[in-house]
Design a protein around this ligand. Structure first.
Ligand SMILES: *[C@@H]1O[C@H](CO)[C@@H](O)[C@H](O)[C@H]1NC(C)=O
Ligand SMILES: *[C@@H]1O[C@H](CO)[C@@H](O)[C@H](O)[C@H]1NC(C)=O
Ligand SMILES: *[C@@H]1O[C@H](CO)[C@@H](O)[C@H](O)[C@H]1NC(C)=O
Ligand SMILES: *[C@@H]1O[C@H](CO)[C@@H](O)[C@H](O)[C@H]1NC(C)=O
Ligand SMILES: *[C@@H]1O[C@H](CO)[C@@H](O)[C@H](O)[C@H]1NC(C)=O
Length: 636
């Protein structure tokens, strides 16, 4: 406990001179201190139909210690107004930003789902804002190009379902911290500006009147985010060159005819052969595989425009099922559905396809999976097929071809932990709170324990544990994927990419041990607590030096509480548990394998943590642990 108290003492980080200046300026400008209450009441005057804000009344304090007693729609932390959440209240009139700019700690404003009209308010007056939610109103008109310039902290911009016209303001494209951008359901036209942000994960500009090429930086966003526009082109939509409609139709007809011819040819070929292929997984449909092959090759083409080994295609090409409890389907069923590219990982792309039964499956392509011969590969897949645990994504079927493999599994609803940690949220989809994060770590630990039990012959049973390989189901339970692949991945490729080979023991002694996955678990714990991506460590080709540096940067924080991801929220009670988990994470990342815990010990400590339910539902936007970040430098 003594250590706990000491950790809270912290010296201000920015250099002393500007702080002193700012303090002087603050004391001059705020000598006539206006209370938050006065500011908010002044702000309310400009609103129309503010009956819902009737309880804003100076007889009660704006921010009581107990959140529930605060003024309606006002979010506080440590006695200051941090957010305004005035949604669905029938508000109209003007949004008086000049008044709001006097709220020194205001970081989030939401006026979603009201009846505001007219041009976009000049939100850059609130230079320190992190989130702006103005969706579902009647705002209209062009937005000046520089409407967002200088907003260095802005992460989330929600302008969906208004009536904005003109071009998307270019100042959005250069916001340094932008993560979420919702512009769907407006009347934006012209071209999309060239977005520079690397971490822009959640963008939706569907249902506008935009045209022209999609900038490369947005090429990995889901295609539904671009639908309903005039004539956008380029990845993830069709390439820009084949834009003329007549050309497209001609091309489609040609492709269709070619497919039919090839299919007939292959069918004939197959009928003339003995069907010698022995099915290892049992009852897969037998006579369809040439069709599937065609479907598959077209998929391959769509995916990477790479074609090889035509001639042998007909010999192989059916899905082999590794479990008996699944509905049978074949590659054709899988690919006939408009296969949606989910993303391209280090190994290859993943596709989502919905079967006729309505069940969604994911097929993941692997090209560098030739470490073992066919027999051994099949044996390994059968072994994976026997695994069954709530925290493991079951392998359902696989497709074998020498040049590439497809591993088929179920589609998991909520995406990956990585996408939740690094940007993919909004008020409708809040960031993960502390109880959820702890449950995720506990589930990951259980999944790992099971893997080690069931696959004792593997030294590193998972081998590729990282946040993008932890999927979240509809109740946010974690399911591990991409596990137990080390034996089949080509070694040189594995060394480049797989998490196990980024461990300090591999870097120093070129070996992996039974404790190597513990290192990966440690990194995952630190990532989930800090909300920070382990930079460099997981990028292609980098060695473990970077990982060690990253861990040390966390371990050496002067003020431990500050490392925690503010979006996780949490109450006083849970801080103690967070600190414990942090220590577990650091212990798992112990560089010296001898001194590092083994999996059993790590799991024992994780199991001991209590899920103290924060029930602080709004924890995603409103900090509960520390809000000192950048505060002193941006309040003027
Ligand atoms: C403030 O609330 C008190 C009681 O809660 C009420 O008597 C008073 O009229 C209110 N004042 C205003 C300005 O609404
Ligand atoms: C909370 O507010 C008080 C007084 O306004 C201030 O002294 C203290 O430093 C604040 N605490 C944090 C963690 O910001
Ligand atoms: C918008 O607000 C109304 C009430 O004013 C509510 O009935 C409706 O569900 C809200 N819609 C959304 C999308 O939040
Ligand atoms: C005024 O707000 C109420 C809800 O607070 C809403 O039901 C009503 O429709 C609004 N009136 C106008 C004219 O917007
Ligand atoms: C984008 O928004 C549209 C309409 O609001 C919706 O149908 C689509 O699913 C969204 N796409 C994504 C990726 O969220």
């Amino acid at each position: 406990m003594g250590a706990h108290a000491a950790l809270l003492v912290r010296a201000p980080t920015p250099s002393p001179l500007p702080i002193a200046l700012i303090l002087i300026l603050v004391s001059i400008t705020s000598s006539e201190a206006v209370s938050d209450a006065d500011i908010l009441l002044k702000f309310r005057v400009s609103l129309g139909n503010a009956t819902a804000l009737g309880d804003w009344n100076t007889s009660r304090s704006v921010c009581s210690t107990d959140q529930t007693e605060s003024w309606n729609g006002v979010r506080c932390w440590n006695g200051s107004v941090w957010g305004l959440r005035l949604e669905g209240l029938g508000l109209n009139g003007a949004i008086d930003l000049d008044s709001l700019s006097s709220l020194r700690y205001l970081r989030t404003i939401s006026f979603m789902n009201n009846s505001f009209e007219g041009p976009l308010p000049e939100i850059k007056k609130l230079v320190a804002l992190k989130s702006v939610y103005l969706s579902n109103n009647h705002f209209s008109g062009d937005i000046p190009d520089d409407a967002f310039s200088g907003m260095a902290y802005l992460k989330k911009v929600h302008l969906a379902n208004n009536k904005f016209t003109g071009k998307i303001p270019s100042s959005l494209a250069t916001l340094p911290r932008l993560l979420v951008l919702r512009l769907d359901g407006n009347k934006f036209e012209g071209q999309i500006p060239d977005f520079q942000q690397k971490h822009l994960a959640n963008v939706n500009i569907s249902n506008n009147m935009l045209g022209g090429p999609i900038p490369a930086s947005l090429s990995r966003i889901s295609s539904s985010s671009f639908s309903g526009n005039k004539d956008l082109c380029g990845k993830p939509l069709d390439s820009c060159s084949s834009k003329k409609p007549s050309a497209v139709i001609v091309a489609l007809i040609v492709v269709a005819i070619a497919l039919i011819l090839v299919t007939i040819g292959l069918l004939l070929l197959v009928l003339h052969r003995n069907i010698r292929t022995v099915q290892l997984g049992g009852a897969a449909p037998v006579d369809n595989h040439s069709m599937s092959e065609v479907a598959h090759s077209s998929l391959v083409e769509c995916g990477t425009s790479e074609m090889s080994g035509h001639s042998k295609r007909a010999e192989q090409g059916k899905l082999t099922f590794v479990r008996d409890d699944r509905e049978r389907f074949d590659l054709q069923d899988l690919l006939r559905a408009s296969a949606e590219v989910l993303g391209s990982g280090n190994f290859g792309s993943s596709y989502k396809a919905v079967l006729l039964s309505g069940e969604a499956m994911v097929a993941k392509r692997y090209k560098q999976m030739n470490n073992v011969g066919r027999e051994e590969f099949q044996e390994h897949m059968r072994r994976l097929g026997r695994l069954a645990h709530p925290n493991l994504l079951p392998l359902v079927a696989y497709y074998y071809r020498k040049e590439e493999k497809l591993l088929v599994s179920e589609y998991v609803e909520n995406g990956s932990l990585a996408s939740h940690l690094h940007g993919n949220h909004s008020i409708d989809q809040p960031g993960l709170n502390w109880p959820t994060r702890l449950r995720i770590i506990k589930g990951v630990a259980k999944g790992l324990a099971y893997l080690y039990n069931e696959l004792p012959s593997l030294i590193v049973a998972h081998g590729h544990l990282k946040s993008s390989n932890v999927l979240l189901d509809e109740s946010f339970n974690p399911v591990l994927t991409d596990y137990a692949l080390l034996p089949v991945i080509n070694p040189e490729h594995a060394r480049q990419l797989m998490v196990a080979y980024k461990s300090p023991e591999f870097a120093q002694h070129s070996r992996t041990t039974k404790k190597t996955d513990v290192w990966g678990l440690g990194i995952l714990i630190l990532e989930i607590l800090t909300g920070k991506f382990p930079t460099n460590y997981l990028t292609v080709g980098n060695n473990s030096e970077e990982g060690i540096t990253w861990v040390n940067s966390i371990a050496n924080q002067e003020w431990m509480m500050e490392v925690f991801d503010k979006e996780m929220g949490g109450t006083e009670n849970s801080k103690g548990e967070m600190l414990k988990l942090l220590k577990i994470g650091l212990a798992c990342c112990e560089e010296d394998v001898e001194r590092r815990w083994d999996l059993k010990e790590a799991i024992k400590h994780i199991e001991e943590l209590e899920v103290t339910d924060g029930t602080n539902d709004e924890g995603d936007e409103f900090p509960s642990i520390a809000m000192t970040e950048d505060m002193s430098t941006i309040t003027l």
